[in-house]
Design a protein around this ligand. Structure first.
Ligand code: ADP
Length: 296
């Protein structure tokens, strides 16, 4: 299975250029689309989910023209939007049954079987008679995955699914996504680096509507090996270091600050080498890109 996106562009009527000539090659398994808020992730997800049109470009999956064969695509699509509405007073089982009908599962026995299996899979079977409106954020997102998996989709799109979940809920949600199976394409859009490093075999970084990096997370990290340097400095020295070096991130630690610097070789004896993380890749690439905007 292969999803090929070429030259996808979108400008909103107010002039915001949300997607700029996006090319992506997405193979089966979990694909992470990483980018800060406003990068264009939802625009891309909604376009692939047939909910809005691009101005230009194409998206093709195994012979299916995603942007034009919308009815065909909807039959094999599962979509968990950034925020999705439910009828708050309907219980989880009835709600899922309702979505199953909408998805075209008309045979009652088949529908009951499907709904039951998905409630088990998403660990919601014990709370199936509770109203979805009273669910916690994590339960709601698992319910969202249950409805997205109705009808055995071949393409599953989940838009920022872990935003707002506490660590335990996120962990549970990660496990659920990881178990969905590798024979379909799952696109996970997120601004959280760990979502991608924990789950995704392939990824891309979207920034200001452009794909600025794409590949296998491990390969992208290996490429930066030997370029990440750390130093523990006094808080008062941060500005000076930021002026002198390419500080890609810093964190407070025991009253001091640990900085991470991106540099082709050891900046000074005060620095120590550190293995590159996916977060380093993300910060290094986005800061490089931002610098090109600052120059203009
Ligand atoms: P992300 O999902 O990465 O946060 P979005 O796709 O939501 O990014 O937004 C990309 C850019 O397009 C942002 O600048 C956002 O403000 C803008 N945008 C999104 N939707 C609309 C819209 N309906 N009308 C105008 N601008 C929009």
């Amino acid at each position: 299975m292969q999803l090929t996106i070429r030259g996808l562009s979108k400008t909103y009527p107010n002039g915001t250029q949300a997607l700029k000539n996006v090319d992506l090659d997405i193979t089966q398994g979990m694909f992470g689309l990483l980018g800060p808020n406003g990068a264009g992730k939802s625009t891309l997800m909604r376009t692939l989910a047939t909910l809005q049109d691009a101005d230009e470009g194409s998206a093709e999956m195994d012979g299916l023209d995603l942007l034009n064969q919308k009815d065909e695509l909807r039959k094999i699509l599962g979509y968990l939007p950034q925020s999705f509405g439910v009828y708050p007073d309907v219980n989880a089982q009835n709600m899922l049954d309702h979505f199953a009908r909408l998805k075209g599962i008309h045979n009652r026995a088949e529908r009951e079987e499907t709904v039951k299996a998905l409630l088990h899979q998403t660990n919601l079977y014990d709370v199936r008679f509770r109203k979805v409106g009273g669910f916690s954020g994590g339960m709601r997102q698992r319910f969202g995955i249950a409805q997205a998996l109705l009808g055995n989709p071949k393409l599953v799109i989940v838009d920022e699914p872990t935003a707002g979940l506490d660590p335990a809920e996120r962990h549970r949600f990660h496990n659920l996504l990881a178990e969905i199976g590798e024979n379909i394409i799952i696109i996970l859009s997120t601004h959280i680096v760990e979502d991608v490093s924990d789950l995704c075999q392939n990824m891309a970084i979207l920034y200001r509507g452009e794909v600025i990096e794409a590949g296998v997370p491990l390969d992208l990290m290996m490429k930066e090996e030997g370029k990440i340097w750390t130093s523990v400095i006094a808080k008062s020295d941060l500005k000076k270091y930021q002026a002198d070096w390419n500080v890609i991130s810093f964190r407070h630690f025991a009253g001091k600050i640990v900085i991470r610097v991106y540099h082709p070789h050891k900046p000074s004896p005060a620095f120590e080498a550190s293995p590159a993380s996916l977060e380093d890749v993300y910060f290094a690439r986005t800061l490089e890109k931002e610098a090109t905007y600052a120059k203009v």
